[in-house]
Structures are given as C-alpha cells and as structure tokens.
Design a binder for this molecule. Structure first.
Ligand code: GTQ
Length: 353
C-alpha cells in the first residue's frame, strides 16, 4: 500500500529506507550518531571492567610453574598478567592499567630496556632481588613500592637465595590509547651501576633536597624506592593520632618530594591502614583501583560481590562501583589507579556513602 512519505523520511518505509541510507554512507566510512548516542554519552560510568579477585595461594603454583617453563632472560619479563574478567584477552586489569605478577629466581636477570610506559612494583613475596633504574640498584623487600619512570633504563636481577615475586602496575593501555608508545633494548643485558645503592633516597628521601634540585626523571619522583619499613612506621604513627577516615582508614599517597605531586604523572599509588574490626562506609570514585594486600585479613564488598582477602591477594574495584572494606585483624592495603591522569584532565570524581 502506497503511503505518503512522512517529513524527514526518504521513502515509504522509514526504517528500511534508513537502513539503506546507512549502508550507502557506510561505504564512505560514515555512521549515524543517533543510532549510538545513548551508548556513547552515558549518564554515569558503565564500565565493562568487572570486580576481580585473585587468591595468591591459589595462583602461586602457576607463578612457580612459569619459573620452570621459561627463564627470566628468555621471557624478558616472566610475568603472569592479571586480566580483568570483563576484559579478557586485552592484557589489562582496568581499562587504563595493566597488572602482572613477575617472578625472578635466584641467579636470574631480566634484561635492560626502556619504554614510555611508566611502571610500579609492589613487592609481594621474597627479598634480595634488585631493580636497577638509570644506573642505581635498589634491593627489594616485601611491601616496598618501587617506580620505573617513563623512558628510564631498567633491569631486574636476583643475586639472593629465594624466589622474588612482585606486582607490576603499568599504564600500558593509556599509552596505547594515545598511540604514544616507544621502547628500546639496552645494548647489554645488565646496565652498568653508576651510583651507590641509596643515593637517590639520600638526595631526596629524607625531607632534604640538594640546593639546586634537578628532576632526574622529569615529572616522576626522583626517589624510585619507597621502603615498606618507612610506610609502615608512618601508618602506625598516624593510627595513634586521631580517628580513621570512615571510608579509607588511614590512607596516604606516595608522592614526588620535589613537587608534592603523585610519584608518577599517570599512575597514583596509595597505602592505607585499617584498624582491627574496622568497617568502612561505602565509597566510589571514577578511578578503577587495583589493591594488593600487604598485611591482615578482611573482606571487600564491591557492588554486589564480596571477596575475603588475606596477605598477597589482589583485587580490583571498577570505576564508580561502591566498595566497602572490612578488616578482620589490622590490615595494610597497597593500591594504585589512574587518578593523577584523571585529575590532570579535570575528570576525577568521588562519592562517599
Ligand atoms: O618490568 O619492564 O609486567 O616492560 C610488563 C612490561 C613488566 C618491565 C611488565 C614491562 C615490564
């Protein structure tokens, strides 16, 4: 039956006429916004990133098996990637961040390279391995927070007697988003040591700075190791003074002492103490956050999911998911997120309660 074309339509059947219109423009790499607008501009975050939890006891056998399957040198970095259950196959734990657990066995080295991605290490198990950053080595202990600023030469080695496992956090998806990746290998597997261990910390890590401080790593902190002993002592002192924050307990961020800014420009890192029996108020923020449990047992509720955690476990809280923490005994949690990047762009939001 012939019908009078309606205003704005191009034929008798508006729906099929539109489909035909879309097919024609599709050949010229065009698409109609009105078909996808609702999915492009959302009233609030609707991340495909899901809550995730990795029990260290359960996954440790795979990490040790990786130690038998390939050498650190052959692998370059012998790492099991923690993939977000909602983002499988994309090598990421959130949409903006990568997370992996790296193993280095006694006597091994992981060869020197540099890249424009920034990296952090949080030591999960074992001591005695080192990471070298632009000519200075730092020895790893459980709970240490170590950074590898963008474009710094870095290699890892284990002259000690026990396997060492650490969490790697990198901004790989951010660099991919901007198509701004560069990387190169050093001319030797192990870079030369040019400064004594502890020199960076002596220059910048004791509330003192040289009279003409240079920023050796640009926007990133000139301290590349933040020892756990210091962080832990600070948290213990804070907990003797005043009440814990209802959402976070006592929570601090790792900073660049030259600027007061976060230790790296794209990735923020935090450490918090929850007193025994603490139950937090729900909290949400736009920075999806990865947690590693340094001490204590407890529970985290993320939207409708609940996970019990113990030391060395990892969990991830996606953007704008309400999270509540419950401490069985006293807990120390390390965490990292893309908060500095969001803050720099004026995007970061939080909501308490
Ligand atoms: O140590 O340089 O987990 O380049 C992934 C990529 C670690 C590293 C990772 C890397 C590194």
């Amino acid at each position: 039956m012939a019908s009078v074309p309606k205003p704005g339509s191009t034929g008798p059947d508006p729906a099929s006429a539109r489909q035909e219109f879309y097919r024609r423009m599709d050949r010229d790499n065009l698409a109609p916004l009105w078909e996808v607008l609702h999915a492009l501009v959302l009233p609030q975050p609707q991340s495909p990133c899901k809550p995730g939890y990795w029990n260290y006891k359960a996954i440790r056998p795979y990490i040790m098996e990786a130690g038998r399957a390939i050498s650190a040198k052959e692998a370059v970095r012998r790492v099991l990637i923690l993939e977000n259950p909602g983002l499988r196959g994309q090598s990421c734990i959130t949409r903006s961040l990568y997370c992996g657990l790296q193993l280095i066995l006694p006597g091994e080295i992981a060869p020197s390279h540099r890249h424009t991605q920034s990296a952090l290490r949080f030591i999960v198990e074992g001591a005695g391995a080192y990471t070298a950053v632009n000519g200075e080595r730092t020895t790893m202990h459980p709970g240490d927070f170590i950074i590898t600023p963008a474009w710094t030469w870095h290699d890892h080695g284990n002259p000690g007697t026990e396997p060492v496992v650490w969490m790697d956090g990198l901004d790989i998806p951010i660099l991919a988003l901007f198509d701004a990746q560069f990387a190169e290998n050093y001319t030797a597997d192990v870079q030369p040591v040019t400064r004594n261990e502890g020199s960076s910390f002596a220059s910048y890590g004791n509330n003192l700075a040289p009279l003409d401080p240079v920023a050796p790593f640009g926007k990133a902190s000139p301290i590349f190791s933040y020892p756990y002993a210091r962080s832990r002592e600070t948290l213990a002192a804070l907990a003797k003074n005043g009440a814990p924050d209802p959402c976070h307990g006592w929570k601090m961020q790792f900073i660049n002492p030259l600027s007061g800014a976060p230790a790296m420009p794209t990735i923020g890192a935090f450490i918090q103490l929850l007193p025994k029996g603490f139950r937090s108020s729900p909290y949400r923020s736009t920075d999806s956050t990865v947690y590693s449990v340094a001490e204590g047992t407890g529970k985290v509720k993320i939207a409708n999911e609940e996970f019990a955690f113990q030391p060395r476990d990892t969990f991830v809280v996606p953007s704008w998911h309400a999270a509540s923490l419950e401490a069985g005994d006293e807990c120390v949690l390390f965490s990292y997120s893309d908060r500095p990047a969001q803050l720099a762009l004026g995007l970061w939001r939080e909501h308490r309660g």
